[in-house]
Ligand binder design. Structure first.
Ligand code: 3H9
Length: 717
């Protein structure tokens, strides 16, 4: 029988007595309408075709099926729905085998659970990651997985969202067998899943005189239902505590509970209802926005214009916290690294900073001594710039001072080979000026890592005026190797993240002076979904850092601008946060969680009295409206200045560098959710009190006037 297209994305072909259904919907075989329609029609065909005694579902490409097509969510539904497709597969009266390769995720795994037999290639990853998108499995996963895996294990699998490998899937009962790819590949070139699937289907047919039986997961009894309900109650209590405001985790437990308490079809109906409430939740919109945004950030104009330079060696100038963190990130990416410091003592400290990280990993059992030795074998240290003559990419991470940095770049200009990429890790200095201090500004770029650089995912790639496109692309490539999330930024004081941060911290300072305590501000920010409030972050990072910046900027500060001195008063007492045992909070005996400090409240009171301010009260909602209005307003200015390419670049910056709650999608997505007209109305109201600080961004005014949102500025590639 010839290959038949049952839909644009699904074909069928009879191989002997096995009807092979092939899904082909690049790049990841997401279950868009054409795939659902095709699968449904193909099963109908299988039931009707007398020559077909068994059915095999396989996919083209690297991935079995990555799940529902998440671009369709929020749009009008197209039939058949995925649960209908999975039920139709299960209802097939001929045995259906699913042959999994690559990833079988979400709806992809649910299709496989609708089949009667499942085999997998050894490298397969299976998972129900819907929770990461603010969703729950919605095509039978919550009803079928518990029947195969056991209730508690299935609930935990869905709550974690983490995929598991073939062995674990076999042990959990999610798949029936793992195929030895060595044999399968030998039998026929590049389609091991097809070969293995055909072999399995024929084997099933061969052993049964009457044809192989269909085995439907829906018919499996839930093991030990009473114990399962006790487990679920405990899991629900634990999840309510840990899921910090997330909507879908408790819905997952509710649906799994239905698998124990209700007949299968009623459980499916409840799953559908709960799934649709998740689809309607703004958290789903925020999390799916984050999913696409973190993939879009790498699509920058330079990527279309140039290829990356080869980077086989890397050097770091400076062995402080930042330099050492970057060195570790580069070593972890498999690169050979040279660290350069100005003298023997400094380089010894730098090397110790790097070694300390690996010692910690060994102590925690996350690395063996042998692995540590192998990693450190790629790490060299030096006090001589001449050792950089052959290095492909150099990252400067010295003291944050323009003159010091320029001096380093002049040295690099002398010793580095032509074509070497010269990067600075400055967090706010003028990179155009640094580039201009060399004879090769086309090779100079900013790589702004966040501390600790070996842990934090964000990397701002700061693009000065004269840098060549291939250097920008090289930086993106390096970010990928280092498993960082890169965001393209333009040159200005603070780039995207720290520039916006400076503004909303100011808004927080004003509220503090006007009546909100540091503890109320932190609590409101945590209530919004951040892991920590701004005063806690200051205490963690060290209050002296911001203090130094404020002192440096004092001379250039607009004398008309409001300036709050509370943080200065705290720093003047030597209270720099956790490292000194007190800051905004008290940290008795090295405690990591701070306690409110009455003396800090007294300082706040004294500052208010000094300025004649009668404190007023702020609700958490009022605090967040001001905090977010300041963030969004500055974000709009950053966009208009071309510092960020698109609103989504700002979103990703804050998700990965500043702890912004992912379920809100980022500050610009959040602004769209709240409504730009509402944000602008707030800014105009606040401007009555302080017109200098609360100047509405012209871009925000324009979007509101045109009835548009920030999403309209996110071009998708
Ligand atoms: C679900 O299944 C709900 C059901 O339970 C119930 C329904 C009723 N849809 O990541 P990559 C795009 S919820 C649409 O760079 P990789 C992606 O945007 C779903 N598009 O590749 C990118 O596009 P572009 C549960 C998708 O090799 C391109 O494919 N499933 C989808 O690094 C390549 O992606 C998940 O949550 C999708 N589902 O990683 C799995 N997935 O080229 C989500 C990807 O325009 N997907 N795209 O930038 C993944 O985890 C990874 O994509 C995967 C491949 C591991 C599969």
């Amino acid at each position: 029988m010839a290959n038949e297209n049952v839909s644009p994305a699904v074909t069928t072909q009879l191989h002997g007595h096995v009807l092979v259904i092939t899904v082909n919907n690049p790049p990841v075989n997401a279950l868009s309408a054409a795939v659902r329609q095709g699968l449904f029609a193909a099963i109908e065909q299988a039931d009707a075709e007398p020559d077909a005694k068994a059915v095999l579902i396989v996919s083209e490409g690297k991935t079995f099926i990555a799940g529902a097509d998440i671009r369709e969510f929020g749009k009008p539904p197209v039939l058949p729905s995925l649960p209908e497709v999975c039920n139709r597969i299960e209802a097939c009266n001929k045995p259906v085998v699913a042959a999994l390769q690559g990833a079988a995720l979400g709806g992809g795994l649910e299709v496989a659970l609708g089949a009667h037999y499942r085999l997998a290639l050894p490298a397969v990853k299976v998972g129900l990651p819907e929770v990461d998108l603010g969703l729950m499995p919605g095509a039978g996963g919550t009803q079928r997985a518990p029947r195969l895996m056991g209730v508690k294990a299935a609930a935990e699998f869905m709550l974690s969202g983490k995929p598991i490998g073939a062995q674990a899937a076999l042990q959990a009962g999610l798949i029936d067998r793992i195929v030895d790819t060595a044999n399968a590949a030998a039998s026929d070139g590049n389609r091991p899943a097809l070969d293995a699937g055909l072999a399995y289907a024929n084997e099933l047919l061969g052993t049964q005189a009457t044809g192989a039986p269909v085995r439907r997961v829906r018919d499996i009894a839930i093991p030990d239902p009473e114990a399962a309900l006790v487990d679920l109650t405990a899991l629900a209590a634990d999840t309510a505590k840990k899921s910090s405001g997330l909507f879908s985790p408790l819905k997952i437990i509710e649906a799994v509970r239905a698998s124990v308490e209700l007949p299968f079809d009623d459980g499916m109906a409840l799953e559908r209802r709960l799934f649709l409430t998740c689809i309607d939740s703004p958290q789903r919109a925020g999390l799916i926005h984050a999913f696409f945004a973190e993939r879009e950030v790498s699509k920058v104009p330079e990527a279309r214009a140039a290829a990356p330079r080869a980077v086989d060696s890397l050097a770091i100038i400076g062995g402080g916290t930042m330099g050492a963190g970057i060195a570790v990130a580069a070593l972890d990416a498999g690169l050979p690294v040279v660290m350069v410091e100005r003298d023997a003592d400094s380089i010894a400290r730098g090397v110790a900073n790097v070694t300390k990280v690996y010692d910690g990993l060994v102590a925690k059992g996350r690395m063996t001594e042998a692995q540590k030795a192998a990693t450190l074998a790629r790490f060299k240290s030096s006090t001589d710039y001449a050792d950089l003559a052959n290095t492909d990419l150099v990252i400067e991470a010295v003291f944050e001072d323009l003159a010091v940095k320029k001096a380093v770049f002049q040295q690099l200009d002398k010793v580095c080979k032509p074509g070497a990429v010269l990067a600075t890790n400055t967090s706010y200095l003028d990179i155009d000026a640094i580039a201009a201090s060399t004879s090769r500004p086309q090779d100079v770029i900013g790589l702004h890592f966040f501390s600790p650089a070996n842990i934090m995912k964000l990397l701002e790639i700061v693009v000065p005026a004269q840098v060549s496109a291939d250097v920008v692309v090289t930086a993106f490539e390096l970010a990928k190797r280092m498993k960082k999330v890169p965001v393209r930024a333009g040159v200005c004081d603070g780039f995207i993240g720290n520039r916006i941060l400076a503004t909303y911290k100011q808004a927080a300072d004003y509220m503090m002076e006007d009546g909100a305590s540091p503890y109320q501000i932190d609590a409101a920010v945590r209530g919004f979904g951040y892991p920590m409030g701004p005063c806690q972050v200051t205490d963690l990072a060290g209050g002296d850092i911001g203090w130094a910046t404020r002192k440096r900027r004092a001379a250039t500060r607009d004398p008309k601008a409001r300036y709050v001195e509370i943080a200065d008063r705290i720093c003047e007492r030597g209270w720099f946060g956790q490292k000194t045992g007190r800051g905004f909070y008290l940290y008795p005996q090295g405690a990591r969680t701070g306690q409110p400090d009455p003396e800090v409240l007294a300082i706040v009171d004294a500052e208010r009295a000094k300025k004649g301010i009668t404190p007023r009260s702020f609700t958490p909602e009022e605090i967040m409206r001001r905090y977010m209005a300041a963030m969004v307003n500055e974000g709009a200015k950053v966009l208009a200045d071309g510092i960020a390419l698109r609103p989504l670049d700002i979103d990703v910056t804050f998700l990965y560098g500043y702890g912004f709650p992912r379920f809100r999608g980022g500050p610009m997505k959040h602004a769209d959710t709240v409504g730009l007209a509402n944000i602008l109305a707030d800014i105009r109201a606040f401007a009555q009190e302080d017109p200098l600080f609360w100047q509405p961004a012209p871009l925000l005014e324009k979007l509101v006037a045109e009835g548009k949102d920030f999403a309209s500025l996110n071009q998708r590639g």
